[in-house]
Design a protein around this ligand. Structure first.
Ligand SMILES: [Zn+2]
Ligand SMILES: [Zn+2]
Length: 136
């Protein structure tokens, strides 16, 4: 299968991912609400080794995640598009679905941090749902 392509709104940052996502999640955590402007956040999980930036140099912002570990949010410094998260010592990169050239190619299969969802967030029916992370 051909590689997945994506990037930011202004085109300053482009990336390429090898292979299919290991899973696609919708995250309701408070941090994601900041990143999206209020909505839940859709991420496709890829092995770190499958992902590479092909153009530009995105900006990075690191904060403490709910797990207590550092998580770095990577975004375009020019247009502000959130691109992916880089969890400290995690083998997987959650890539924001909105930056994929074809977001329709993936479908959310897992809901995370539903305990932080706003009462007016629309929910997906029929997918496994976790108040925080699975198993944590
Ligand atoms: Zn941009
Ligand atoms: Zn989140």
């Amino acid at each position: 299968m051909s590689n997945i392509q994506g990037g930011c709104l202004c085109g300053a940052v482009r990336y390429e991912i090898e292979g299919a996502p290991m899973g696609v999640g919708v995250c309701y955590c408070r941090d994601c609400q900041y990143a999206t402007g209020g909505a839940q956040n859709y991420v496709a999980l890829f092995p770190r080794t499958a992902f590479r930036i092909t153009k530009g140099e995105p900006r990075r912002f690191t904060s403490k995640a709910d797990s207590g570990k550092n998580i770095t949010r990577v975004f375009c410094a020019d247009c502000g598009t959130p691109l992916y998260s880089d969890p400290a010592d995690g083998p997987m990169l959650p890539v924001k679905v909105g930056g994929l050239d074809d977001p329709a190619a993936v479908t959310p299969g897992l809901a995370l941090y539903t305990a932080s969802a706003q009462p007016w967030h629309l929910r997906h029916e029929g997918i496994p749902s976790f108040e925080k992370m699975p198993g944590g």
